[in-house]
Design a protein around this ligand. Structure first.
Ligand code: UD1
Ligand code: UDP
Length: 371
């Protein structure tokens, strides 16, 4: 039987960051198929990216929606059951997963379970982890557990930076499994920035001017699932908007909207919330922002790539390279701390060097797997 690869994803950032790998597979006629777990399912968190990035519909589209904030075991478990069916039927020689979501954990674990019962199944599946080696060293984050386990199950560890490689070596991973490739988000930004410039009319739609607004995203469990922390963050963001006289544009993640409504919190008037936007509009909003405030991994990276200063609204980051470059600051979650960090970052010269890669990560990843 001809060898094939399964590319498995389920959320917005995975679709975006795997899109350059998928497109390269198509171009190089690599036998592959895609599985979407359905973890993200709203049009603007899912389908819009297939349209904008020119991706075909996945061969398998599951319907395993998250019930977050509860029942994460049930969510991950249902994925294990359905992914096992598909992988046993298709018998790929490898799977590619990206990042640190429940989808990634379930896919890697399913492949591992099949491989360790080779005497029955008759085949093995290698696990290729894209964006391996990231650590926040904060085990209260579901993502930290996911990435740690997936790294330790993986046969191919595609790390974005040398720092991530050193971390994996410290954890005892053999160096022949690790390849420094750069982050595929650089490939994705390079592929789409011109289209964003040509096609996006988001600034006109929102009636905002270049470099005259702050862009905000928030969705991390540890930020929006506690009323006190969420309210404190909103206070700090509003304070910054008042002092800098910059309005804040806030494409609001479904989780965040749910929590805002459940808690009965009201957005301060300086914060203009909109529905999540597609990748092109989001890139254009990022590229033209004076400052980005976020708890998103992808947004921290994109800010660094696009040379826009970034405030990470968390107590840690698994992307310290962006901080070392001078592009990002870990601002914490206290109102005065957020304001102080914002005023500091607004003075930066935005002339740092991008530490996240050269836009050829997907080529390196595929070349290694095919070899
Ligand atoms: C998940 C990932 C997180 C990643 C983020 C990207 C886990 C544990 N978390 O977090 O690492 O940064 O995706 O955005 O895997 N919802 C919708 N429509 C959607 C998607 C989600 O309504 O399209 C709702 C879900 O029903 C759920 C909540 O939002 O109630 C959270 O979704 P979930 O996928 O569990 O977590 P995220 O916060 O999106
Ligand atoms: N993004 C988008 N529209 C939005 C907000 C974000 O297209 O309204 C993109 C963004 O460009 C980045 C990715 O989504 O590539 C980040 O996803 P998210 O913040 O949900 O997850 P994380 O990166 O934190 O895992």
């Amino acid at each position: 039987m001809k060898k094939k690869i399964a590319i498995i994803f389920g959320t917005r950032p995975e679709i975006i960051k795997l899109s350059p790998v998928i497109k390269l597979c198509q171009k190089m006629r690599v036998p592959f198929f895609c599985v979407h777990t359905g973890q993200h399912f709203s049009y603007e968190m899912d389908e819009i990216f297939f349209k904008e990035l020119g991706l075909a519909s996945p061969k398998y589209k599951l319907n395993i929606k998250s019930k977050a904030p509860f029942r994460q075991g049930d969510h991950t478990g249902r994925m294990l059951i359905e992914l096992e069916e598909i992988l046993l039927k298709e018998m790929p020689c490898a799977i590619i997963v990206q990042g640190d979501t429940n989808t990634v954990l379930a896919a890697a674990l399913t492949a591992e379970k099949i491989s360790t019962t080779e005497s029955y199944t008759g085949f093995q599946i290698k696990v290729a982890h894209v964006e391996a080696g990231l650590r926040s060293f904060d085990r209260s984050m579901p993502e930290e557990t996911n990435r740690f386990i997936v790294d330790h199950l993986s046969d191919y560890l595609f790390v974005p930076t040398q720092k991530a490689k050193i971390q994996l070596l410290k954890e005892g991973m053999p160096s022949n499994r690790i390849r420094v490739t750069g982050n595929t988000i650089v490939d994705a930004v390079k592929n789409s920035l011109k289209s964003a410039q040509a096609k996006s009319s988001i600034l006109e739609k929102l009636k905002i001017n270049q470099k005259k607004y702050v862009l905000l995203t928030l969705h991390r469990q540890e930020n929006v699932d506690s009323k006190k922390i969420f309210a404190g963050l909103l206070k700090g963001i509003a304070l910054t908007a008042q002092k800098t006289r910059l309005p804040v544009i806030f494409p609001i993640h479904p989780r965040t909207l749910k929590r805002l409504n459940n808690f009965g919190l009201k957005l301060p008037r300086e914060i203009i919330s909109i529905r999540p936007v597609g990748f092109l509009d989001f890139l254009w909003l990022e590229a033209n922002a004076k400052l980005i405030m976020t708890d998103s991994g992808g947004a921290q990276e994109e800010a660094c790539i696009l040379k826009v200063p970034c405030l990470t609204l968390r107590n840690n980051t698994e992307r310290p390279e962006t901080v070392a470059a001078g592009a990002n600051i870990v601002a914490g979650r206290q109102p005065q701390g957020i304001l102080k960090a914002a005023l500091k970052m607004l003075k930066t010269k935005n002339n740092w060097k991008n530490p996240l890669g050269d836009g050829k990560a997907s080529k390196r990843i595929l070349k290694t797997i095919l070899r």
